[in-house]
Design a protein around this ligand. Structure first.
Ligand code: NDP
Length: 358
């Protein structure tokens, strides 16, 4: 009997946060098979699906860095996937790859749609999608190329307990900076200071946040890493040091309302008075340098200098839409993944020992 395959397709452009069971249609079809492969292609099954806030921005019909997902189109996304059959010289059956295979269980991907996984000993398979994958690379290149923190400087990170922010703060510590993390709960703040080595962590939902923020930045902010935008960015502008660098990585607080009239940013005048350098970037800008970034991040993880936090949601592909909406409620600490297919952890260990032990 043919294997069945679940896939999410975009049903409608949401107003506000995505609504599980409504924004996407979950469709069941027959899965593709090895017979469907053309030269250069792989048949893969997704194991861990990556969920990223930016996916929400792909659901608008607006000008962006990537075309919008069309109504009826398979939802785009990346996953750690196992190769079921191969007609590519780049990956063999049984190997794991990072595949841009979308929100589905089984897919056919061409060579431009997958990357082989190459991590050093001491790392885990899931790190290829988080701390030594896309979000880690975002932190690494954004901080080293734009933020450029120096020893003793104050680095403030918003969204600090998330996938990108948690790595940004730890790299800033490796560079000798004083690091202040901002996160949405006391539990997350505890993780930042007690597990990840941040000097200070502030709960931005606390009623005393405005005063806490001023107290935590007595020498002002040299590097501000923005993952959230909105009024936290405005507060950071008011605390900017002369010649500070503002790395504009994301603005999740506005992602559910990009179709509404955008309001101005208060305190933007400080960009002039403090000669702030404010720069946005997309991690893809550094594609040619990914091997360098992955090597460094993997090495830091292996040496215990970088801790890779993850939240893995179980329940198969069908929970992906609910898991995605939870990003906007702070449901995750570290990288958010959906376990599309439970995997024998011994198989993963054997794989890691065989392939990632370089
Ligand atoms: P995260 O793991 O950080 O998850 C999102 C977190 O954002 C949540 O856990 C929540 O944590 C926080 N959050 C949600 N809503 C709000 C809000 N209204 N105000 C403040 N915080 C909020 O996701 P990623 O690490 O994948 O992404 C972080 C940011 O980086 C996003 O903006 C993303 O778009 C951007 N990004 C940019 C890239 C680029 O190339 N420029 C590449 C990758 C990511 P809390 O509990 O603290 O509220």
């Amino acid at each position: 009997m043919a294997r069945k395959n679940l896939t999410f397709h975009l049903a409608e452009r949401p107003k506000g946060n995505i609504v599980p069971g409504k924004t996407f249609n979950l469709v069941e079809t027959d899965a593709p098979t090895a017979d469907d492969l053309k030269d250069g292609q792989l048949l893969v099954e997704n194991i861990y699906l990556s969920l990223d806030p930016a996916m929400r921005t792909w659901l608008y019909d607006i000008r962006s860095y990537t075309p919008p997902v069309a109504i009826g189109e398979k939802m785009r996304g990346g996953a750690i996937a196992r190769v079921l059959a191969s007609k590519s010289s780049k990956a063999k059956e049984g190997e794991f790859v990072f595949a841009r295979s979308g929100w589905t269980e089984v897919a056919v991907v061409g060579e431009a749609e997958f990357d082989t996984i190459d991590l050093p000993k001491g790392t885990q398979l899931t790190h290829a999608i988080g701390a030594a994958g896309m979000t880690g690379l975002t932190a690494y290149f954004g901080l080293t190329e734009i933020g450029k923190p120096k020893a003793g400087e104050t680095v403030v990170v918003s969204g600090a307990a998330g996938a990108t922010g948690s790595v940004v703060g730890q790299i800033a510590k490796i560079n000798g900076a004083r690091v202040v993390g901002l996160a949405g709960s006391d539990e997350k703040c505890k993780v930042l200071t007690e597990e990840l080595g941040f000097d200070v962590a502030l709960n931005y939902k606390a009623p005393t946040f405005a005063e806490d923020f001023v107290k935590a930045t007595p020498d002002y902010i040299d590097v501000y890493w923005d993952n959230v935008g909105g009024d936290i960015l405005e507060k950071a502008l008011a605390r900017a040091a002369p010649h500070s660098r503002f790395v504009i990585c994301g603005g999740i607080s506005g992602y559910n309302s990009l179709d509404q009239e955008n309001h101005g940013i208060r305190n933007i005048f400080q960009v002039i008075t403090q000669r702030i350098r404010m720069e946005g970037f997309i991690v893809f800008d550094y594609r040619d340098r990914y091997p360098e970034g992955k090597k460094q991040l993997g090495q830091w993880i292996a040496e215990g200098k970088l801790k890779a936090k993850e939240t893995i949601v179980k329940g198969g592909l069908k929970v992906a839409d609910a898991a995605m909406s939870s990003l906007f409620d702070g449901g995750n600490t570290g990288k958010l993944l959906v376990e599309v297919k439970p995997i024998d952890q011994e198989e993963v260990s054997r794989y890691v020992t065989k392939y990632l032990a370089r």
